[in-house]
Design a protein around this ligand. Structure first.
Ligand SMILES: NC(=O)c1ccc[n+]([C@@H]2O[C@H](COP(=O)([O-])OP(=O)(O)OC[C@H]3O[C@@H](n4cnc5c(N)ncnc54)[C@H](OP(=O)(O)O)[C@@H]3O)[C@@H](O)[C@H]2O)c1
Length: 320
């Protein structure tokens, strides 16, 4: 038989345990709210992003998308300085309009050259700057990184968009063709990531490789051999790096677009082939670079902190 005193203390114990649970739940909920506040953000204000190969096409669209979220962006190119200037100019005029750039900004490299080391004119502050560097070589990547740090003093986001897509079957390929693909798409990006990982802001660093839906497509053609093999290698590098650099608070992911209407895609692709590819996409069109860029911007954002080591197909349902 339970006494009145026993019942009281039993009720007290139940009350205390419920109260404890309630409080710890409250604490847990408060933490969850705080966390959700932190992870929900897609803003890139204060971040510095390098986008290799961003003077045109997908890279340029990515640079604009990151800049629209407030990031300071490095427009990298190898040959086409005029297009690179145009991309930077578009970003900088939008930035002046919205005053979205958030850290003390350096002059563009062109402005530095124009003014010279002893120039008296004050350089304009820019959200987008140009760096000419051949990212198919290790030394080009090192120069890109070194200049980024010189101008901004930090790096948060690295997008590896510059890539080479040649078209040769097994009987046609030779060693230089093979090497050019693996240098551009695998070796140089890997060593750029290695150097960047040493200096990137942590936690929160973001590394994103660009692959292709062809690595997962059964309709690929025999002449894609070196391109697909090298992009497949890049995908595997990204998966492994997610485990390695994940310990530093970075994420490493791959975005794999389907066909996108760019210089790379148009060169050597007859219109009837383009039409037949478009017919296989549910919305019957080839993607524009702007279909790809927001996904990259999202993965680069704090909101995507729990997406790591993934290969994200962005192909309008071309490959499912
Ligand atoms: N287009 C597609 O259908 C498609 C589909 C799936 C995946 N992708 C991938 O997406 C990425 C971008 O493709 P895209 O179609 O936008 O290419 P794109 O039209 O050929 O544009 C390439 C960009 O990269 C720059 N670039 C090329 N080589 C460079 C180098 N060695 N160093 C520095 N910059 C370099 C080019 O600038 P300069 O001309 O000034 O050198 C240009 O800004 C590639 O990795 C590609 O494999 C494309």
């Amino acid at each position: 038989m339970v006494s009145a005193k026993g019942t009281k203390s039993h009720i007290h114990r139940i009350f205390c345990s419920v109260a404890q649970k309630f409080h710890s739940h409250q604490h847990y909920d408060a933490e969850k709210v705080e966390r959700s506040k932190n992870i929900a953000g897609t803003s890139l204000r204060g971040k510095v992003a390098v986008i290799t190969g961003s003077s045109k096409s997908i890279g340029a669209a990515i640079a604009k998308a990151l800049a629209a979220e407030g990031a300071n962006v490095i427009i990298n190119y190898a040959k086409d300085g005029k297009s690179a200037e145009e991309v930077a100019q578009q970003i900088n005029s939008a930035s002046i309009a919205s005053t979205s750039a958030s850290i003390s900004l350096p002059p563009t490299s062109t402005d530095v050259q124009k003014n010279g080391p002893n120039g008296v004119e004050l350089p304009p502050q820019q959200q987008a700057v140009l760096i000419k560097a051949d990212t198919s070589t290790i030394s080009g990547g090192q120069y890109l990184l070194q200049e980024t740090l010189r101008m901004f003093g930090r790096l948060d986001i690295l997008i590896l968009s510059a890539g080479l897509m040649g078209s040769k079957t097994l009987s046609e390929i030779d060693e230089p063709f093979f090497d050019a693909h693996f240098d551009s798409n695998v070796k140089a990006p890997l060593f750029l990531v290695k150097a960047a990982a040493e200096v990137m802001e942590r936690p929160g660093g973001r590394i994103i490789f660009l692959s292709t839906s062809l690595t997962a497509s059964s309709t690929l053609l025999p002449n894609t051999l070196c391109y697909v093999a090298s992009k497949g290698a890049a995908e595997q590098i990204a998966r492994v790096l997610a485990k390695d650099l994940g310990t530093k608070g970075f994420t490493v992911n791959t975005v794999a677009p389907g066909p996108v209407d760019t210089t790379l895609f148009r060169i050597g692709t007859p219109q009837h082939v383009i039409d037949s590819i478009a017919a296989q996409i549910p919305s019957h069109r080839i993607a524009e670079p702007e279909d790809i860029a927001p996904i990259v911007a999202f993965l680069a954002s704090p909101a995507a902190q729990w997406v790591n080591g993934q290969i994200l197909g962005v192909n309008g349902g071309y490959v499912v």
